[in-house]
Design a protein around this ligand. Structure first.
Ligand SMILES: *[C@@H]1O[C@H](CO)[C@@H](O)[C@H](O)[C@H]1NC(C)=O
Ligand SMILES: *[C@@H]1O[C@H](CO)[C@@H](O)[C@H](O)[C@H]1NC(C)=O
Ligand SMILES: *[C@@H]1O[C@H](CO)[C@@H](O)[C@H](O)[C@H]1NC(C)=O
Ligand SMILES: *[C@@H]1O[C@H](CO)[C@@H](O)[C@H](O)[C@H]1NC(C)=O
Length: 324
């Protein structure tokens, strides 16, 4: 027979376990993008993709990942943001002008996240490379403000701004990490567009965003390499922390030293700790499991000499499993 008192304790324990779990088992959405840059690797036609390196990068910091498809209705993104603990806008290669594409989905997600944060929720977004460029594109409601840059397959140390230690991203970074980032070629750049300090000044972006570091491309053209939002947990880097430990194509010259790994882990851990600060979650265990990227199998594209070792590919008619 069940003792009603014991049953009450059991219920309480189960409920608190459920709530506690929300704090240290974050689920992050990674935005997919159009397949222009990877189409040639496949015979079948796909609608969008996510590089597996971003998935592994977040998983290595203790998060789980759900894919975010492009071209879905607004409610899909509303549910995604409500159920996940943060968003990553990944790098890659696509246009911002495609209807129902990467930039449109990014705009909806950014606006939802902004709204939540303004209401006191704590909902982080991280942008890497193209994702960094996307962050400013959507912050300016779709304005194209990028400059051309020549920084293909080059690793550099960061030129930190004087008060970079006051940034959220680096205020608690171990001295060793700062030392490595300042002195070694560990930030891996691969981009033909960039954002400049002039643009940030012209577009009044400095009231909302803090420039944390800069770099110069191969022609000495200066660009912003790290920035964060002044008010919200929004962070962006022009370089690729996720390639350090998860991409290996020889001709790309990606640094894989222990010190480079340490910086990659630092960025991943920082972001994931940030995402533990909200209580978003899927309605139940089952819908959580059904949403994870573990439901999909990555394609091995390293064999085809892609710069990506593995890719998650999504069809246009991909069934949406989103905690419903
Ligand atoms: C998007 O921009 C690219 C590059 O500027 C251009 O070639 C393409 O025609 C544009 N596409 C649309 C749909 O506007
Ligand atoms: C970093 O790369 C630059 C350019 O290739 C090179 O001149 C410099 O010596 C490198 N620095 C270190 C610490 O390896
Ligand atoms: C957010 O998700 C929770 C379940 O995880 C649900 O109870 C709540 O109604 C959702 N809120 C909105 C605004 O959809
Ligand atoms: C990939 O690159 C290797 C080494 O350069 C070459 O031998 C091989 O033929 C390439 N494979 C494809 C599918 O292009």
């Amino acid at each position: 027979m069940i003792d009603p008192n014991k049953f009450g304790v059991l219920l309480l324990l189960t409920v608190s376990f459920h709530i506690l779990l929300a704090y240290d088992a974050p689920i992050i959405g990674i935005l997919s993008q159009e397949t222009f840059s990877v189409n040639h690797l496949f015979e079948e036609e796909y609608h969008s993709f996510i590089a597996a390196s971003y998935v592994k990068y977040l998983e290595s910091a203790g998060a789980r990942v759900v894919p975010i498809l492009i071209g879905k209705d607004r409610q899909y993104y509303v549910d995604l943001v409500n159920h996940t603990n943060g968003i990553l806008f990944p790098g890659g290669a696509t246009y911002f002008n495609q209807s129902d594409g990467y930039a449109d989905a990014g705009q909806i997600i950014y606006d939802l996240a902004l709204d939540l944060n303004k209401k006191g929720d704590y909902y982080p977004i991280w942008g890497t490379c193209l994702g960094m460029e996307l962050m400013i594109h959507v912050a300016l409601n779709g304005e194209e403000v990028r400059s051309h840059c020549s920084a293909s397959k080059v690793s550099m140390p960061l030129n930190f701004k004087e008060d970079f230690r006051k940034s959220k991203l680096f205020s608690e970074a171990p001295e060793e990490i700062i030392e490595i980032l300042t002195n070694q070629n560990v930030t891996y750049n691969s981009h033909q567009f960039c954002l400049t300090e002039e643009t940030f000044t012209e577009k009044n972006l400095l009231q909302d965003w803090t420039i944390i570091s800069t770099n110069e491309d191969i022609n000495g053209f200066p660009f912003i390499s790290t920035f964060e939002s002044k008010k919200f947990p929004f962070y962006a880097v022009q370089y690729h922390p996720e390639k350090i430990n998860f991409e290996f194509r020889e001709k790309d010259n990606i640094p894989h030293s222990l010190d480079a790994m340490k910086t990659s882990h630092y960025f991943a851990n920082f972001f994931i700790e940030e995402t533990k600060k909200n209580k978003h979650r899927y309605p139940d265990w089952n819908s959580e499991m059904k949403a994870l990227i573990c439901n999909y199998s990555p394609h091995f594209t390293g064999l085809k000499n892609s710069s990506y070792l593995q890719l998650y590919m999504f069809k246009k008619e991909q069934e949406v499993i989103n905690g419903k």
